[in-house]
Design a binder for this molecule. Structure first.
Ligand code: ADP
Ligand code: MG
Length: 360
């Protein structure tokens, strides 16, 4: 197994036709380290540079500056056949006219180690249950999207890998199948330990697969931590807004005498060094606002039942602002009804409105 390190890696793409004014910086001064045998989930919106990051780690792309290394050795100094990198993409790149068995054994065959194929296949099939067993004699066109991805992953694991990279492999699967595929993948990685990076734009997937999550935006790593850390302790407004099943409430406001005041409520103590008049955004998650007699009056605008979570997301109009809050499913709420809501002040997060940085 292998420790992967990126140090100050930058990758730009020049416009192809020369007409666009600027080059795109897909990955910008990015540093990170993944311990041998760990899996890191990289989470970020579409276009933030996730696939470019993976291609840099795989050595398919070279950085414009900075270094990618395996066990302290610059990737550029490791011959391609010794790198031991496997990649699994959104589109399983299987050879269509070969049955699954042959697709999976392909790399071992290349290295004249075909004899090892049956044993590997047996182990992989055992972990994935009967699923893979039944698939082995079919060709990719006879397999569903999900089945093709299983074969793709099995193929990657059939090699002696140092590094395994996943680029949204389950993005095209339907939700139920996606959940199954994740469980299966986790089991596989426990049996075939390898250092891996799993790229996704889906936070549920990131949490399910990895203890450690790196949030990426516009080519940069914004924050790395457990889901709990990202959720409760985001370093900036982007992470606060990106993490969480339900969108966080944002209230613009300003500082007066060390306290925060919004349009409709305020008085919360802030850091003492903030100047009067400074613009500060208060943020609170819907999970931290409750229907509460004695709270502030508002009118229910929308109700969205979240059956799986046994709760409902309620949007309330309150003096020109919208609050969204979460209530138990068994508490009936009518659109247009007047309700009282209260937020948990200790759950408030404060951000500098100009920079988005967390200040309290
Ligand atoms: P993600 O995988 O997070 O969606 P990508 O790494 O694919 O993001 O892309 C990051 C940025 O780099 C995007 O703006 C994309 O248009 C640009 N980009 C990616 N690959 C190329 C390329 N080969 N040529 C030019 N621009 C590219
Ligand atoms: Mg991508």
């Amino acid at each position: 197994m292998t420790t992967i390190a990126l140090e100050h890696v930058t990758k730009r793409f020049e416009p192809e036709d020369g007409r666009a004014a600027q080059s795109v910086t897909a990955v910008s001064d990015l540093s990170l380290k993944i311990a041998s045998g760990d899996m890191l989930a990289v989470l970020g919106p579409s276009g933030c540079g996730k696939s470019t990051l993976l291609r840099l780690v795989a050595g398919i792309l070279e950085p414009d500056s900075g270094t990618v290394s395996y066990d302290g050795v610059d990737l550029r100094e490791i011959p391609i056949r010794e790198r031991g990198v496997g990649m699994v993409f959104q589109e399983g790149a299987l050879i269509p006219h070969w049955e699954a068995r042959r697709n999976i054994g392909f790399f071992l065959k290349l290295r004249q180690r075909e004899r090892e194929v049956p044993e590997r296949l047996r182990r992989i099939a055992k972990i994935t249950g009967i699923g893979l067993d039944q698939l082995l004699d079919r060709r990719p066109p006879q397999l569903s999207g999900g089945e093709q991805q299983r074969v793709g992953i099995a193929r990657a694991l059939a090699r002696d890998l140092r590094v395994l990279l996943f680029d949204e492999p389950f993005a095209n699967l339907d939700a139920r199948y996606r959940a199954e595929a994740r469980v299966e993948l986790k089991r596989l990685l426990n049996t075939f330990p390898v250092t891996s990076i799993y790229v996704t734009h889906d936070q549920v997937e990131a949490v399910a697969l990895s203890h450690r999550i790196a949030v990426m935006r516009e080519g940069r790593l914004e924050q790395t931590g457990t889901y709990q850390q990202l959720y409760h302790n985001p370093v900036n407004l982007f992470v606060a807004s990106f993490i969480g099943a339900n969108p966080i409430n944002l209230f613009p406001g300003r500082v007066d005498d060390g306290r925060w005041y919004g349009k409709n409520f305020g008085g919360f103590a802030l850091r003492r060094d903030l100047p009067n008049g400074a613009q500060v955004i208060a943020a609170v998650r819907p999970e931290n606002i409750h229907l509460h007699s004695g709270g502030v009056y508002g009118v229910v605008d929308r109700v969205l039942p979240l059956f799986a979570e046994r709760c409902q997301l309620i949007t309330v109009h309150l003096a020109g602002e919208q609050w969204s809050l979460v209530a138990p499913l068994d508490q009936p709420v009518e659109i247009g009804a007047t309700v009282q809501c209260a937020l948990q002040p200790e759950a408030l997060l404060f951000f500098d409105a100009a920079t988005g940085q967390r200040i309290g």
